[in-house]
Design a protein around this ligand. Structure first.
Ligand code: F6R
Length: 244
């Protein structure tokens, strides 16, 4: 628990940078699972700073993003493709072929196989070395909404009403928020060797408490993280305020 989310984000960025550098020394890829939304923005800002000022290279980094709205064009300002390029990829030396973000334009007929292939690709790289997560007020990680199975893989999902309410301001109204998304599964996320979940602010306090102190239940999918051996929650004081 940190008093400042900026300080906390810098700490997380440092862990990621150390992992990237350690993999570089071993001549290996570093496989990162990445999140969008407001929570990781400062982490990405710090990674960009380290690239520019401390010559942190991303040449060995392969990324897999958690999710994307469906349907969604890459060129839309609402796409997670756009978000990731704006906040991270346009400012670092990652090889474009190493960037993986669920494709919001894949046809309905191809969607099922596309999701299976997304998980297969992660597996072929030897799994995720590090997974960065945020948490939604429904208890979702990625877009694994309540009801998600602990063993679920990447798939299409119907967004919870509360998730769409929370997204509404940036879409200028709930009617513009897509009803569906493609998300990595709980099973996909849980195979990561290391997981760091970020939560800032009062409005995350009650779901953070349920996630950490509550029973493991599909009604709060983030509770599945209690079974993961190497997960850390990085919170600021406000997000931690309800913890006993
Ligand atoms: C985004 C994602 C979501 C968000 C969550 C919190 O890729 O996977 O689970 O992390 O909705 O969003 P923010 O950080 O905007 O509160």
């Amino acid at each position: 628990v940190f008093s400042s989310s900026v300080e906390a984000s810098i700490c997380v960025a440092q862990e990621i940078a150390e992992l990237i550098r350690a993999k570089q020394k071993e001549n290996k890829h570093c496989i990162l699972g990445l999140a969008t939304g407001s929570s990781p923005i400062k982490v990405y800002e710090e990674l960009v700073r380290m690239h520019k000022e401390e010559s942190l290279s991303f040449s060995n980094v392969v990324t897999f993003n958690l999710d994307e709205y469906y349907p969604m064009d890459k060129s839309s300002v609402h796409s997670y493709y756009y978000f990731m390029h704006q906040h991270l990829f346009n400012h670092i030396d990652i090889q474009p072929k190493n960037i993986n973000i669920p494709n919001g334009t894949v046809s309905i007929d191809e969607l099922h196989q596309y999701c299976i292939d997304y998980d297969l690709k992660i597996k072929e790289y030897g799994g995720l070395d590090f997974q960065l997560l945020g948490i939604g007020r429904t208890g979702h990680i990625g877009f694994n909404e309540p009801g998600s199975h602990y063993n679920s893989g990447t798939r299409s999902i119907t967004l919870d009403h509360l998730t769409r309410v929370d997204a509404a301001p940036s879409f200028l109204g709930i009617d513009n928020v897509p009803k569906k998304a493609i998300t990595m599964g709980i099973g996909t996320v849980k195979k990561a060797k290391r997981i760091v979940l970020l939560a800032w602010g009062h409005n995350k306090a009650s779901i953070v408490k349920e996630t950490i102190e509550g029973e493991i239940t599909s009604e709060v999918p983030a509770t599945y993280l209690q079974e993961h051996e190497n997960t850390t929650f990085i919170l600021n004081d406000e997000a931690a305020q309800d913890l006993t």
